[in-house]
Design a protein around this ligand. Structure first.
Ligand SMILES: [Zn+2]
Length: 203
């Protein structure tokens, strides 16, 4: 009887260990999976619970590592000679990747006195033109008429054109295209609400 008791206790202990292991194994196997970064789409990264209007931004902030909440609305700022900015300046260290704000076609790679090294991108419907200026360099292989996906690297932040050398930034603007689709003849649209999902501070 005593031998049976020892056997029973031994058997119970063994059974308890098997049960414990069976529960422990899936938990330890699940841990690395939940710790690994899941693929997050740009839209899903948007923090919805930040007390703003809750509108999901249609555009990706076109400078890698810059959050929408870091942006400042400078659309209506005066920039000398009686003209207003009609764009947003996104400050970042020189060489920071510039990414496409939307899917679309590289319509024109252009160097101008004011904008320096610039990119004009059309959306697929050719309703709007997206302009990226003061670039340091273009992304390798970037060419006119190439289709680029939202988020793909198209250039690097710099100070080309009339940008202060000590203040590398991306000058980014959006214009509604005329029916004739001339990329230099659009009507400016404020990028700030489209990038942030917030109403403009200067309506
Ligand atoms: Zn600017």
């Amino acid at each position: 009887m005593r031998t049976f008791g020892v056997l029973l206790v031994g058997w119970l202990l063994g059974a308890a260990m098997i049960v414990a292991l069976a529960y422990a194994r899936p938990r330890s196997a699940a841990a690395p999976a939940s710790a690994s970064p899941a693929a997050v789409s740009p839209a899903a990264r948007w923090p919805a619970a930040d007390g703003t209007s809750g509108l999901r931004p249609a555009l990706l902030v076109p400078v890698l590592g810059v959050n929408a909440s870091d942006l400042k609305d400078t659309f209506d700022e005066m920039r000398g000679q009686g003209r207003s900015h009609r764009a947003i300046d996104i400050l970042a260290p020189r060489g920071t990747p510039v990414v496409a704000a939307v899917d679309g076609t590289i319509r024109k790679l252009f160097t101008s006195k004011a904008g320096g090294l610039t990119i004009y991108q059309f959306d697929p419907e050719e309703k709007r033109v997206y302009y990226y200026a003061h670039l340091d360099t273009y992304a390798g292989g970037l060419a006119e008429n190439a289709f680029v996906r939202q988020g793909s690297v198209i250039g690097y932040v710099g100070t080309s054109g009339n940008s202060p050398v000590g203040t590398p930034h991306l000058h980014f603007s959006i214009e509604d295209l005329p029916p004739t689709k001339e990329w230099w003849k659009g009507v400016p649209v404020n990028p700030y609400p489209l990038l942030t999902g917030r109403a403009s501070a200067n309506p």
